[in-house]
Design a protein around this ligand. Sequence first.
Ligand SMILES: Cc1ncc(COP(=O)(O)O)c(C=O)c1O
Length: 429
Amino acid sequence: MKKNNFIFDLQHIWHPYESMIKPLPCYMVTEASGIHLKLQSGIKIIDGMSSWWSNIHGYNNIELNNAMKKQINKMSHIMFGGITHNPAIKLCKKLINILPKKLECIFLCDSGSVSIEVAMKMAIQYWNISKNPKKKFLTIHNGYHGDTFLAMSICDPINSMHSIYEHILPKQLFAKQPKISYHEKWNNYDIHSFIKLIVKFKSQIAAVVIEPIVQGIGGMKFYHPEYLRQVRLLCNIHHIPLIIDEIATGFGRTGKMFAYQHANIVPDILCLGKALTGGMMTLSATVTSKKIASVISNSKPYRLMHGPTFMGNPLACIAASKNISILSNNNWKKKVKKIEKYLKKKLLILSNHPRIVEIRILGSIAVIECYNFINIKLMQNFFVNHGVWIRPFKKIIYLTPPYIIKYFHLKKIIIAITHAIKNNLLFLI
Ligand SMILES: Cc1ncc(COP(=O)(O)O)c(C=O)c1O
């Protein structure tokens, strides 16, 4: 990194979840192409993160680039209030094509967190017609749904990074975290805490919100599909809408196009983000049924009270439509399956290492949970020196690589992780 730029960044630019005064070091990336990030030094490192679950086709993808270049020459942005445009229409047609029939009303918004806000607002407005409007949300412990205020209120109140705001967040209902994992044998005891809460508070619950199968940053656990199937059933029994947060898992990451498909269910409200644009632009979507949309639209104030400036941004919509076309044409399922198989074969070998609690693999997600907290600064540097980009957190090293990753890239990543695990200096004792 050029020294003056490095100092400027350090003095003026706030990075995610960082101190402005004493941040961890940043690495200057000058280009990204395919599976590689190119650093200022000229060194290319292999991306194991897909830029936080988003860049599923690799960087600098020619089809995505060309679609966006074409669009930029026509119109990068136009307000969505009182105006519509073909990029939004094209995208929504494609979304409807890949979603269950019931999900046909689409609200385009800016980011994953905002799509959660919109979903929760939809649920609140849905119940506004009743004499006793429902205001509470039921979710599970160790979830993560974003950094805006209502989204923070349904993140884990104790373990999450948002616990410092807890005193000003609305109090929600949290069932125990599911304990039975994806591949284990199901037992009904896992859902008991959820049943107790939904039965006791059904008259107050506006909606249930849950990440499907994979709990992301709240601990990177994969729970049993039967849990989600029963959540759906309980929501049906008690007439409570089910909001599925598919922001991290959507678009093939778990081996299914959407993770809720592992449980053969259909949500009432669905939140999409991250990989929606193939990682090209920020865009999210909150999708619901005609029934919910009609209730909201037939009761005061007869509209949904949300409308961000960049709603339906044409450039982002074009990237998202192209992403869905690429997914329809390139056998992503096979690619994700191959990644999963390779990771299971080569990474699970590490499971018996005394430093490791558990290694979990589902689709193209691999999680290495360690006993000790990781020295993020040192481990990050270690990985970069070994030619790979992996960003661990707390006690977890995880991989969410682009689907185009090849075996030899994965091999290099696994070698780096193997060396890291064996290096005491990279852990806090
Ligand atoms: C499951 C889940 N929901 C919501 C969000 C928030 O999305 P965004 O960072 O785009 O606001 C994230 C982000 O990591 C996520 O993983």
